[in-house]
Design a protein around this ligand. Structure first.
Ligand code: MSP
Length: 518
């Protein structure tokens, strides 16, 4: 039986076009999916767009569009961008789809019938950027929202409330007894400390239609629409077929891992987990939390106007380079700064000069000398065996990196294999062996060992660099990037190298603009 996994990204708001911050979480989901697929698991990857709420209604009004039109345009942009970036999502979910609207209404009906929802007057500070009421402790000293650098609006209105305060202790118990519930652990610590030190309030789950009509109407009061976070969070569960007993894939739901940024840990742990508990559904297995990509010291975001577009980077600097850079440069969970200089340096050092150069060096030598296999009777020397052993170690490091969310270690382990192979080539000097007909047997052995290492690299890089992986595998006659190629003990025979694949070019920063006054 295959293991099943369910990996989700946040549903992105349709108020902004896809930028590198959104791309990071979506790329990570793709990398994780490809990794587990390669290990033989069956993985369902969900992404999509969050289309209701005040923020979207405001932008649509500003642009003179109906909210649905704006949602259609921007949602299509997200979908196309992810497709162009070769991200292998299985479900592209939209919160304006009729099936989602029906699921949200059913969830609310159920919560109301269980006595989990109450009507009351509410007064508080609402940040439209966050789409939620902020507590006093969440505001900076001068009363602004730190994420959006704006003062929230003071609001007082009658609304429906989910009795979230009843779940304070249950949430604490859940997080304490499930160490994997929020990862890396620092974020679980933060939420636990919040839950232990502050009184949890109830959650306002409605917006009066007098103020906002762009949302899902409450099933029990047509004067209100559903608060956008409650609407959006339900996507993860509704996509598994819930609440339709015939369609609900509970086993898949039990494997849910939500990939999110650190800005939305509270909504995903406190709001979402308690809503699920109230519905009688298990909270997801894990929230995997990434830090921010910063530009010039601040978070990249549309409202701050400092965004990098993923397709621009790919268009200028080549496919997959961005995936590699983002994975290699960010220690998962922490913030990291994006600069074009570090991007160019990283691609040149590790892709063009690293794996790209090694592959073309070895495969060109194999092609020139007609090398395909270790000659009959030739024995492997200890240096050959040591290099082959290094491959299996890379696979172990690779698996551990994914289990521990230490993705940088995965890249580190393959870089070390590249270095080990470069060193082996420098020591074995195949170019010198090629000049001496008496050394022909040794030349074939050395280059075949190298091909076997390159084959392993081709397989190992698949989750991060799928296109390059398939090019390498193709050149070596391997149909799929099968992990058994990394552990195979005997050195196999390879097909003659017909064409040396071109993998990564060296790239350069754009030339500084000429001074027009000069
Ligand atoms: N619509 C909500 C999520 C609802 S999920 C049920 C939302 N959308 S968002 O468009 O603002 O996307 C936020 C997510 O995008 C972050 O949680 C993170 O995954 C990603 N990122 C956006 N900017 C980012 C950075 N600058 N750096 C890293 N990730 C970032 O919140």
């Amino acid at each position: 039986m295959k293991n099943r996994r369910y990996i989700t990204t946040p549903l992105y708001y349709v108020n902004a076009r896809p930028h590198l911050g959104h791309a990071y979480t979506t790329i990570m989901a793709d990398v994780v999916k490809r990794h587990y697929t390669q290990r033989g698991d069956e993985v369902v990857f969900l992404t999509g767009t969050d289309e209701h709420g005040e923020k979207i209604a405001q932008i649509a009004a500003r642009e003179g569009k109906a909210p649905q039109q704006l949602a259609d345009e921007v949602s299509a942009d997200f979908k196309e961008t992810w497709e162009k970036m070769n991200l292998s999502f299985d479900i592209f979910y939209r919160t304006t789809s009729p099936s989602h609207v029906a699921a949200v209404r059913e969830a609310l009906t159920l919560l109301k019938s269980k006595g989990e929802i109450e009507f009351r007057e509410y007064e508080g500070n609402y940040c439209v950027g966050c789409e939620r009421f902020l507590t006093d402790t969440e505001l900076t000293a001068d009363g602004t929202c730190a994420d959006h650098q704006k003062k929230p609006e003071h609001r007082k209105e009658g609304n429906y409330f989910f009795l979230m305060s009843n779940y304070q202790q249950k949430l604490i118990d859940h997080l304490e007894s499930h160490p994997e519930s929020i990862r890396p652990d620092q974020y679980r610590g933060e939420i636990l400390s919040f839950l232990k030190n502050e009184k949890l309030g109830d959650l306002c789950i409605s917006r009066p239609k007098s103020r906002l009509t762009w949302g899902i109407e409450l099933p029990f009061d047509s004067n209100f629409v559903t608060y956008v976070w409650v609407d959006a969070l339900l996507n993860y569960l509704a996509a598994t077929g819930w609440p339709d007993a015939q369609k609900y894939d509970e086993k898949l739901w039990n494997e849910a891992v939500h990939l999110i940024g650190k800005d939305i840990v509270k909504t995903h742990s406190v709001y979402w987990f308690s809503i699920l508990m109230a519905l009688g559904v298990k909270p997801p297995k894990s929230l995997n939390v990434n830090g921010y990509w910063l530009i010039g010291g601040t978070k990249m975001s549309k409202s701050l106007g400092n965004v990098v577009r993923p397709l621009d980077v790919e268009g200028t600097y080549g496919r997959e380079t961005l995936r590699f850079y983002l994975l290699r440069e960010m220690s998962y969970g922490n913030d990291s700064t994006f600069t074009l200089e570090s991007f160019v340096n990283s691609v040149n050092a590790h892709l063009a000069n690293g794996i790209g150069n090694l592959c073309s060096r070895v495969l060109t030598l194999c092609q020139k000398n007609g090398v395909t296999q270790v000659p009959a009777g030739a024995k492997l020397e200890s240096a050959d065996q040591a290099l082959l052993d290094r491959r299996a170690q890379a696979l172990q490091e690779w698996n551990a990196a994914f289990e521990e969310l230490k993705y940088q270690n995965a890249v580190k382990s393959w870089s070390e294999l590249v270095t080990a192979c470069d060193l082996y080539i420098n020591e074995q000097k195949p170019w010198a062996l090629a000049k001496d007909p008496a050394q022909s047997g040794r030349l074939h052995t050395v280059l075949t060992v190298c091909m076997q290492v390159i084959e392993a690299l081709g397989v190992l890089i698949y989750p991060v660099l799928p296109e390059a992986s398939l090019k390498i595998c193709g050149a070596l006659g391997l149909e799929t990037p099968d992990l058994s190629a990394v552990t195979r003990a005997e050195v196999r025979a390879f097909p003659a190298i017909a064409e040396v694949p071109k993998l990564f070019m060296r790239i350069a920063l754009p030339a500084p603009e000429a001074d027009s006054k000069a």
